[in-house]
Design a binder for this molecule. Structure first.
Ligand code: GLU
Length: 283
């Protein structure tokens, strides 16, 4: 179908494996005659490396993929994310969080547990309730902090939200599933959630394709879209490639990189087939 804009958005924190190949081929196939974009999500300076970015581009080309230039590299666009965070701050839906990981763990233990999110226990909200004077004093002192989204306050502003997944259908947005997510941190000027929402908007992506592991994140992205006045694209969260025992490849320490298959002498067609996209297979 015409007019669709999809993207593949890898983080250059390692070599691509079959799960990534599946995701990239899925996005490309879904775009059909539309546009297929590539975005390098390298906002975490501690984990991303230029050599992985080069290897990703090389492996994708080897698999037979081509994409529209220019490739968007997130680290080149930090001002865009800062501007979005400033807008959210002006709406008073962010609050500074001074907690260290250890303090969060201790607070959760003190509370006798916290609701579980997809990535572990949810942030217990300690700094959301900080007395104003203490908050101001700590900010004035220059204490390092993250900015968290006050999800409940934000939802009060937007009202109930919904989004659509091509496979799972219409979803009532439940941004609280992930708790008050951090939108910027001490060590990273923006979070995945903010950067991905801003980029999909600025790049005009109409259909976001990505793995089912990111399904919960879409609840937060739909909230950010509503706050920032962006249209909500359509989504298609695809299955995750598994090994024979049903374990997700991305989670396996020994999961083979595309590079390893190449070195072993496999052809692009053979690797595409392993990634679920043989000559006659469809997503
Ligand atoms: N950069 C993310 C990852 O590599 C994917 C983000 C997305 O597709 O929204 O897992």
């Amino acid at each position: 179908m015409d007019g669709i804009v999809t993207r593949f958005a890898p983080s250059p924190t390692g070599l691509l494996h079959l799960g990534h190949a599946h995701s990239a081929l899925f996005a490309r196939a879904t775009a059909g005659d539309g546009r297929f974009l590539l975005r390098i999500e390298d906002i975490d300076p501690g984990r991303c490396r230029p050599e992985f970015e080069a290897a990703i581009l090389d492996d994708l080309a080897w698999l037979g993929l081509s994409w529209e230039e220019p490739v968007r590299r997130q680290s080149d666009h930090l001002d865009d994310y800062r501007a979005a965070a400033d807008r959210l701050e002006a709406m008073d839906v962010l609050y500074p969080c001074f907690c260290t990981r250890r303090e969060i763990r201790e607070e959760i233990a003190r509370m006798g547990g916290a609701p579980q999110g997809p990535d572990g226990p949810l942030y217990p909200g300690t700094c959301r309730n900080l007395p104003t004077a203490e908050r101001e004093a700590r900010l004035a002192r220059g204490d390092s902090h993250a900015l968290r989204l006050d999800v409940e306050k934000a939802l009060d502003l937007t009202g109930p939200l919904a989004w659509t997944d091509r496979e799972a259908g219409r979803q009532q947005a439940r941004p609280g599933l992930l708790g008050d997510v951090a939108l910027s941190r001490k060590d990273a000027p923006t979070s995945y959630h903010l950067a991905v929402t801003v980029d999909d908007h600025l790049q005009g992506v109409t259909l976001v394709t990505r793995g089912l592991d990111l399904f919960p994140s879409t609840h937060i992205h739909s909230l950010l879209q509503a706050l920032l006045g962006y249209a909500t694209p359509e989504y298609w969260h695809h299955r995750l490639i598994e090994d024979e025992s049903g374990q997700r490849l991305a989670k396996r320490a020994d999961s083979k990189s595309i590079r390893a298959y190449r070195d072993q002498g496999l052809s692009p067609e053979e690797v595409r087939r392993l990634a679920g996209f043989g000559e006659n297979s469809s997503p």
